[in-house]
Write a new protein. Structure first.
Length: 96
């Protein structure tokens, strides 16, 4: 199982526990200059986790065309695409 916690300075989506092949979706509202959402992902029973900047308004023109940022937690790391259904995944971060 994967523990996911996403939040911003003004909003906290709480913690989600995801089983294999499950997903969680968040709808974000952004200020074009300052919005930033962080997500922490950790496999249950593992000590290491990954914190990623899931969305930063000034950086994420990669999500602009589709208004979608999609992250996939796979065995070797976290992958990103701006498409759903997901295609063209690129490695965002390896697990520590």
């Amino acid at each position: 199982m994967l523990s996911v916690h996403c939040f911003s300075a003004n909003e906290d989506f709480g913690y989600d526990l995801l089983e294999l092949d499950r997903e969680v979706n968040y709808t974000l509202c952004s200020n074009p200059r300052s919005t930033q959402y962080l997500c922490t992902m950790q496999w249950v029973n593992k000590t290491a986790d990954v914190t990623l900047r899931a969305f930063e308004a000034y950086r994420d023109d990669r999500c602009y065309r589709t208004n979608l940022c999609f992250y996939a937690a796979l065995r070797d790391g976290i992958y990103f695409t701006g498409n759903y259904p997901p295609s063209g995944l690129t490695l965002y971060s390896r697990w520590p």
